[in-house]
Write a protein that binds this ligand. Structure first.
Ligand SMILES: C[S@@+](CC[C@H](N)C(=O)[O-])C[C@H]1O[C@@H](n2cnc3c(N)ncnc32)[C@H](O)[C@@H]1O
Length: 293
């Protein structure tokens, strides 16, 4: 710490409760008591940048400044992600969902268009993993079109996702054939980075969408929705409301993929488990592969 930077104390219980309320109201995220140190750590630098000395002063600022409020939520969100995270779900997409959609299309019951949504996409690894898989299964000339919506609450992280540039170290998460075909290796001042190729980038659209909102500005139905590792931060009732909205946006053969700690077991009749934290509408064709989760 440099001279002149007074050490910021921890938020008082009342200050912490005030932030808990704000964050819940804006994002649906519930900061448990255990997150107090996280809140203090992540906001401390911002307070210093603004020349503020207490969490109360910062609370007053975010209560009246919507731009700063977005910035605060950005700082408090966890953005950890990986390419092909939870690979068994990508296997389910490839081995169960896509063959099913193909069979439906062959029978004239589904268009040759796949519509997908990565609903908390963070820095883009998830929607671009999906794009690589879908483009491999339905290459140009196959007669299929692919449309992927990638959304997040955080404007800052969406900018990164839209840029489609990642550290080269991330390349180990991508199967080599995909890496070779879809990623461009940076040279010169881009050394040490990789970028998705234009063919991949044109499949993915970006929007800021808050999952807590009562309705989503999206064009449905979706054949697959990935909403992984975000609902774990929501309270149970809020999580169910989000899942209910997803159920209304799924196509009859579509699947919803949740994160590994986000099982719906015993909580809703709107969807049925068809794979690992993977859900479909009751009686949907994909439920031929139904399995408890
Ligand atoms: C841990 S990341 C998960 C990224 C990716 N889905 C994965 O599983 O690898 C959680 C993301 O959810 C976003 N998020 C948090 N609250 C949200 C909300 N209310 N609406 C939309 N996105 C939200 C965060 O900004 C963050 O990028």
């Amino acid at each position: 710490m440099s001279a002149g930077q007074a050490e910021l104390r921890q938020p008082t219980p009342a200050e912490f409760r005030a932030f808990q309320e704000l964050v819940l109201q804006d994002s649906g995220i519930w900061l448990s008591e255990m997150k107090k140190a996280l809140l203090a750590g992540r906001l401390a630098r911002r307070l210093r940048e603004l020349g503020l000395h207490t969490f109360t002063e910062y609370h007053e600022r975010v209560s009246t400044d919507p731009v700063e409020r977005v910035q605060m939520i950005d700082l408090l969100c966890t953005h950890e992600t990986h390419f092909f995270r939870e690979p068994h779900q990508f296997e389910h997409i490839e081995q169960v969902l896509l063959p099913q959609l193909r069979a439906e299309a062959d029978a004239g019951r589904h268009s040759r268009r796949i519509r997908a949504w990565s609903a908390a996409c963070s820095s883009g690894e998830e929607p671009f993993s999906l794009a690589m898989l879908l483009l491999s299964v339905f290459p140009p000339g196959s007669g299929w079109s692919i449309d992927i919506l990638a959304s997040d609450l955080s404007t800052r992280i969406l900018e990164r996702a839209r840029a489609a540039v990642w550290p080269l170290a991330r390349s180990s998460e991508i199967p080599p054939p995909y890496l070779k075909r879809f990623m461009l290796r940076g040279v010169g001042k881009e050394e040490g980075r990789m970028k998705a190729c234009p063919e991949l980038r044109q499949l993915v659209r970006f929007e800021r969408i808050n999952l807590k909102d009562d309705s989503y500005p999206v064009e449905a139905p979706f054949d697959l929705i990935l909403c992984r590792n975000v609902l774990i931060y929501f309270q149970a009732a809020e999580k169910l409301r989000v899942v209910g909205r997803f159920a209304r946006l799924l196509s009859p053969h579509g699947c919803l993929y949740l994160g590994h700690s986000e099982s719906l077991l015993g909580t809703t009749s709107a969807l049925e488990a068809v794979g690992p934290n993977t859900y479909a509408l009751p009686g949907a064709a994909t439920s031929g592969t139904r399995r408890a989760s």
